[in-house]
Design a binder for this molecule. Structure first.
Ligand code: NDP
Length: 332
């Protein structure tokens, strides 16, 4: 069976040369393990950080070793009484066709409740990041003017829609193409959006759409976006530091240069990690699942077909903005 290994550490933007597609043995499950045939795997921005040789909240990937990350698949052999052959499960050993996983690292998911790919996106880690980030970390209040960057991506698209459904007075998004901007306004119900690649600085676009200022900025991007938001935040506004993707592939990236403005405005800037918010899971699934069922919240996926060998190009493409909504690779 095939798996993807890290061939070398990327310098700046990764390329497909940083990866190798290798043949691996499939190990049958021992007691307490299951063998899963992966059906979908996720490519996520945080994986870029793990390709650097630096200590972070997750350890770095090792050169020559298989990568990992979220995947859903079907149990094909089991050494655990808790799982049957045929069960659909979520686990952390993506980037390979077959995974032998400890049963206590596997979660059963219900394919009748949602398409199984949704457990890697809207109903999975990106969804809970959006929900917990906006409502808990960002202390969202009804009537807030909310700005979210990376708005057409997996996390950002959910942030903007939850804000709208929870009663934001205005939801503004930024994304990297005219089609994405149109999608935000026409399909997802954002009040306004701009293409940050259009001419002019981010602050000019944002100030035009939010002349009254903003109350909550959900930051997926960092750098110039964060700097613009700090300038336009109202006193006592909140910033959710969720991601800084503009800096992941650019070692020379700097900013924000205007952090001192946060002092006088008494802003709250808070970093977050999805893993801290598992206790919100039931509430999140009830509320967001309800909105999806009622047709009030939409989610988009960009699914790359062609099996695990396509994972490197899907990952590189995601970092370059080729996805709308959650970027996934379909296996099998
Ligand atoms: P997305 O689905 O949003 O995909 C990444 C997107 O980033 C691309 O589609 C691209 O869209 C955008 N992008 C790439 N380069 C730049 C740039 N230089 N400036 C602005 N936008 C850029 O990914 P996710 O929704 O999974 O993740 C979004 C952010 O949230 C990331 O920063 C990620 O690290 C973070 N995150 C943090 C978590 C946490 O626990 N703290 C958990 C999950 C995600 P475009 O076309 O608009 O440029």
């Amino acid at each position: 069976a095939l798996e993807i290994r890290l061939a070398s550490r990327p310098d700046g933007y990764p390329t497909e040369e940083n990866f190798t597609v290798a043949e691996a043995n499939v190990r049958p499950p021992a007691d307490g393990e299951v063998l899963v045939r992966n059906l979908y795997m996720s490519v996520d921005p945080y994986m870029r950080g793990r390709m650097n040789d630096v200590k972070s909240y997750v350890p770095p990937f090792q050169i020559g070793q298989v990568l990992d990350g979220g995947a859903v698949g079907e149990v094909v052999a089991t050494g655990s009484p808790e799982f049957q052959v045929g069960d659909t499960v979520l686990h952390g050993q993506g980037w390979r066709e077959y995974a032998t996983v400890a049963a206590d690292h596997v979660v059963q998911v219900d394919p009748d409740v949602a398409p199984i790919s949704a457990y890697l996106g809207v109903l999975g880690m990106p969804g809970i990041t959006a929900y917990a980030g906006l409502l808990r970390v960002g202390e969202f209040k009804e009537g807030d003017v909310v700005f979210v960057s990376g708005a057409a991506g997996a996390v950002g698209a959910i942030v903007g829609q939850v804000a709208r459904l929870r009663g934001a007075s205005k939801v503004i998004g930024s994304a990297g193409s005219a089609e994405k901007v149109k999608h935000l306004v026409e399909d997802l119900g954002f009040d306004a959006a701009f293409n940050y690649k259009d001419e002019g600085p981010v602050i000019k676009h944002l100030a035009e759409l939010a002349p009254e200022g903003i109350d909550l900025y959900f930051d997926n991007v960092g750098g110039e976006h964060l700097e613009a938001a700090i300038t336009l935040l109202r006193p006592f506004g909140h910033v959710v530091l969720c991601g800084a993707i503009s800096q992941y592939n650019d070692k020379s990236a700097t900013g924000p240069k205007n952090l001192a403005a946060a002092i006088g405005k008494r802003l709250t800037l808070r970093g977050m990690l999805a893993n801290d918010h598992g206790d919100l899971r039931d509430e999140f699934v009830r509320e967001v699942g309800g909105w999806i069922a009622a047709g009030e919240l939409r989610y988009t996926e960009t699914v790359v077909e062609g099996g695990v060998a396509k994972a490197p190009s899907a990952f590189v493409g995601m970092l370059r903005g080729e996805n709308t909504g959650k970027m996934l690779v379909k296996l099998g």
